[in-house]
Design a protein around this ligand. Structure first.
Ligand SMILES: N=CN[C@@H](CCC(=O)O)C(=O)O
Ligand SMILES: [Zn+2]
Length: 431
């Protein structure tokens, strides 16, 4: 068995090296690019990154039969892409809402009439753990084919003790059994379920007194998230829930200022949240506060596109010194997609992010947004060997040839999972 993987002589290798901190402002432009670069992997870990000349020297004492070589000539190599904001585990679909919105209904109107999140909640409650697992695993397969090797996944379609735990168990199982790494976030505060419509405080009590202790005790999530928005959870309620999460060791994230300038960005800064997400309507003050407190802005331009609304002010955020990450927001209502590549295109073409900033946002900054930058997000010696080879002679082509899946090869922990754009047979489908 070869235990050395030699990815040889790529046109360009994006290393993202030297990113212990999230890349903020101007530093988002630095890709740590190597022309004619090679990567050597030993036992699933990156052992060498440099020019091909240096790689040959590095390998000169290794036996040929121990080395499996992948010729990357003419290709672009990047770290495995990371999606730091998804609602991966759900049942059902909501194509009917697209039609409603095309006829003029808004996302929040549909939500307030009991559709939206609450209709996915009903489907998700009905589904068995096995069904949820199978459907979510299929989504992960699509993610891999689009070059994504790690995703964050939120609960928030169970909205009671039993079904929130069910969603989190599925995410845990996926992490253990599917090659894509899954990082869990508890988002019981995604909506107030119908049975608590008249008593939202009762639901918050249930979240804080019953669910959070269970989630923490069984180590089912690393983060806690809240949909802080007019008509969903108020600023005060969001702060209370996130502070309770912090007491149980869950790091705060927040769905902030998606529909209205509601003060979510300012709250994210006050709580020093790991990330604030959406931010379409974040105020100037909110952006400055977040920059000062080093909150990562996780932007979701696919959601803005699908909801036919103006995207977040990425330029202002980056120019104010913020670190930006990008994510699909994969969910059945506002962003039914697993294509982080399309989201990258949208970030460039609708928010004015440069090709360099876009790649930074989906690699090292995304790794920081899920607190995993010590193991993934860059190609550096000692890190997990998650790599993507793109059919592109330079990194600019990823944004130029838009809407096309240019993924050629995906390597996860040193294992080739996708070759010539297809999932390999030796990847045992687990569902
Ligand atoms: N905005 C809140 N939550 C999700 C949407 C969930 C849904 O519509 O089912 C989001 O991030 O876009
Ligand atoms: Zn979301």
């Amino acid at each position: 068995m070869n235990h050395i993987l030699y990815v040889k002589n790529a046109a360009q290798v994006v290393t993202m090296k030297g990113s212990k901190e999230p890349r903020a402002g101007q530093s988002m432009k630095d890709l740590g690019l190597i022309e004619h670069g090679s990567v050597v992997v030993k036992d699933g870990i990156i052992a060498f990154v440099g020019t091909d000349q240096e790689a040959m020297d590095y390998l000169k004492n290794d036996k040929k039969e121990d080395i499996k070589t992948i010729d990357a000539s003419g290709k672009l190599v990047t770290p495995g892409l990371i999606d730091p904001h998804t609602h991966l585990v759900y049942a059902g679909s909501r194509e009917n809402e697209l039609e409603m919105r095309l006829k003029g209904a808004t996302y929040i109107e549909i939500h307030k009439q009991g559709g939206g999140i609450l209709s996915t909640m009903a489907e998700t409650r009905k589904a068995s753990e096995e069904t949820l697992f199978d459907q979510s695993a299929e989504r992960l397969d699509k993610f891999i084919k689009h070059g994504v090797t790690t995703v964050e996944a939120k609960s928030g379609y169970g909205l009671n003790v039993k079904d929130e735990l069910k969603q989190l168990h599925v995410a845990k199982q996926l992490n253990e059994r599917h090659p894509v790494d899954v990082v869990s976030t508890f988002m019981g505060a995604h909506a107030v379920p119908v049975e608590f419509k008249e008593d939202p405080e009762g639901y918050i009590d249930l979240l804080i007194k019953e669910l959070l202790p269970r989630v923490a005790k069984d180590k089912l999530a690393e983060f806690c998230d809240v949909f802080c928005e007019d008509g969903v959870f108020t600023l005060e309620q969001s702060e209370r829930i996130l502070n309770a999460g912090i007491e149980y060791g869950l790091k705060p994230k927040i769905h902030a200022d998606e529909i209205e300038a509601f003060g979510g960005a300012e709250l994210a800064a006050k709580l020093e949240a790991v990330s604030a997400d959406h931010l379409l309507k974040a105020s100037d003050q909110g952006i400055q506060d977040m920059a000062n407190k080093k909150v990562i802005a996780t932007l979701l331009p696919g959601t803005a596109f699908f909801l036919m609304t103006t995207p977040a002010r990425a330029r202002r955020m980056i120019d104010s010194g913020m670190a930006v990450a990008l994510a699909t927001d994969c969910n059945p209502g506002s962003s039914p997609t697993e294509s982080l590549l399309l989201v990258m295109n949208l970030a460039c073409l609708t928010m004015g992010m440069t090709p360099e900033e876009v790649i930074t946002a989906c690699t090292i900054n995304a790794a920081h947004a899920i607190d995993k930058a010590d193991t993934i997000g860059s190609l550096e010696v000692g890190k997990q060997a998650d790599l993507v080879l793109f059919d592109a002679k330079n990194y600019q082509i990823l944004q130029y040839n838009y809407g096309v899946n240019l993924v050629q090869t995906v390597i996860k922990k040193g294992q080739v999972l996708v070759q010539e754009g297809r999932m390999l047979d030796n990847y045992q489908s687990i569902h």
